[in-house]
Design a protein around this ligand. Sequence first.
Ligand code: UD1
Length: 382
Amino acid sequence: MTMTSDRRIRVLCIVGARPNFMKIAPLMRAFGERAGRVDARLVHTGQHYDEAMKDAFFRQLKIPEPDIDLGVGSGSHAQQTAEIMRRFEPVVDELEPAIVLVVGDVNSTIACALVAAKKGVAVVHVEAGLRSWDRQMPEEINRVLTDQISDLLFTTEPDGGKNLTREGIAADAVHFVGNVMIDTLLANRERAVPAATTLAGIDGFAHDARGYGLITMHRPSNVDDPVVLRRLVGTLTDLSNQLPMVFPIHPRTRARIADAGLDDALDASRIALTEPLGYLDLLGLMAEAKVVLTDSGGLQEETTALGVPCITLRENTERPITVTQGTNTVVGTDPAKIRACLDDTLATGGKAGRVPELWDGRAAQRIADILIAWADSQVEAA
Ligand code: UD1
């Protein structure tokens, strides 16, 4: 590992898709506070590029503008992954980083990790070790492969470390540090846009004294198969008679709903569709919701941190601590199970949970300190 001429560690921090932005924000801040030791550069692959999917997050979370934007845009998994690799390689050649740091499990994560590993650049993975054990899920492939080629791995929950040990990763490369996404949540909780403000901006949305539910859904397993999508939309439409719902809609879901001819059904329901929301807007809505129904990984963790009941519309979760300790219930897509869980949540106020260990707002600080000590040890060993 080589340092810059002034003994700083050059770290290329990678972001690509929406869930990466809230994870990188506290890391950039922690590295900025250690600028005497870390020369952090931000690379955006361009996987997400819309105002609502990217710019709003940079603005609200005060993430510095990327030093480099690879501008890859959308495509099939192979096209997107290959294009990121093709465009990232010359950046590594030019900037000669000591470390490439990747977060999460999106295509940008594996693509940049793979380029770095092949060039002998150390790979650091933040949010390592999560496993859904479902290889149909594109993110699961990205997680397993990224962890295998990482040199330093940071986990959010103790199960992550156990999974990595089982896969042959050396224990001294793994550090349980907590959750950078929760760092962002805690840092921004007071700045969240009040739900009433957001709801007032939604045309014709009437929520009653019972409050409202929040829906998000974009996983290919839920929205790409028209049969599953139709069933889910039918169930949610039906449940909205009981509790009105707000559904900020991801571009891929919007397209699939239109393809499946489901727009009219939603129009006639008590589900209000909105464009994808900014971080502070969604945080406010989530914090005050009666219940969140989602297939997102991030929302499972955020609801646990907020103490809001979460019904996960998937058959599995890679974040089991949100179930064992938090407010999450994994119900799948069976209408009867979703309905039973919603009924129970409304009747009882939902699952009470506690906030997992080290989800305390200081994960990025721990990561920065461990990364510096580790880089120094690598230089000494060389
Ligand atoms: C990606 C991640 C997923 C993450 C999700 C959050 C992978 C494999 N998946 O899925 O883990 O939960 O981001 O959003 O990396 N699109 C736009 N504007 C944009 C970006 C995308 O309209 O700014 C549309 C395009 O039609 C695109 C589609 O959304 O084809 C899907 O985008 P893509 O990045 O391929 O995957 P996501 O479904 O967003």
